[in-house]
Design a protein around this ligand. Structure first.
Ligand code: HQG
Length: 185
């Protein structure tokens, strides 16, 4: 149907925007500033030059309807950035916050031995991503297989000097989680 087609189209365009705004702005000649922002009009021109037409109206829908609220506009809506998930040298300047006592991380069994030894590491991303609810962590893990949800004891981490931030979409960010703060069962 027309609506389904539009949804697929938006999902494809949203994935492309994630790739540009989080990982590879260079491939599209897009410049992100130090906090990850880029000019909306310029972004749409550059994306069009590479063969994908996204109108300003479509972009508004993609940002507003995105299932994980992955993108955000600045106040006058002239600039846009990814809310989290970057692999480049972006500093989002999110304030430190005290997290709830338990946060959750969804993973799969094949990673457990390594996580038990090394703790949670950010991999290619800037930070380890933690979820506020067990359900969200389940959904994150289900992308990779049968979910295993780890409970993170945050207050001992804060006492140990580790700092937490929360992105606008509710994802909690921390540089790493040493294994002694992870409840495996
Ligand atoms: C695992 C998606 C071995 C970790 C989601 C995870 C989320 C280790 C994978 C967001 C490890 C990294 C982030 C260690 C961590 N040894 N494996 N020491 N430490 N891992 O994708 O948390 O659609 O970078 O358990 O919904 O899965 O992109 O992180 O399985 O919000 O917006 O290494 O990405 O959102 O994978 O997902 P990722 P994640 P978006």
């Amino acid at each position: 149907s027309e609506i389904l087609y539009m949804n697929d189209e938006y999902t494809k365009k949203s994935r492309l925007l994630s790739r540009i705004l989080r990982h590879r702005p260079d491939l599209f000649g897009v410049a992100l500033d130090s906090q990850g922002w880029t000019d909306v009009d310029q972004l749409l021109v550059n994306v069009a030059n590479k063969g994908t037409l996204i109108s300003r109206e479509e972009l508004e829908v993609i940002v507003a309807e995105n299932d994980k609220q992955r993108f955000i506009f600045n106040d006058d809506r002239s600039r846009i950035r990814a809310v989290q998930g970057h692999s480049g040298t972006v500093d989002l300047k999110l304030p430190f916050r005290t997290p709830p006592p338990a946060l959750y991380h969804g993973t799969v069994r094949k990673f457990l031995a390594s996580i038990q030894k090394q703790g949670l590491l950010p991999g290619i991303r800037h930070d380890v991503h933690l979820s506020a609810t067990r359900e969200t962590a389940m959904a994150v893990a289900a992308r990779r297989g049968k979910p295993v949800v780890l409970v993170i004891e945050t207050h001992p981490m804060v006492k140990a000097g580790l700092k937490f931030r929360r992105a606008e979409n509710g994802v909690w960010l921390v540089s790493a989680v040493p294994p002694q703060f992870i409840r495996f069962r």
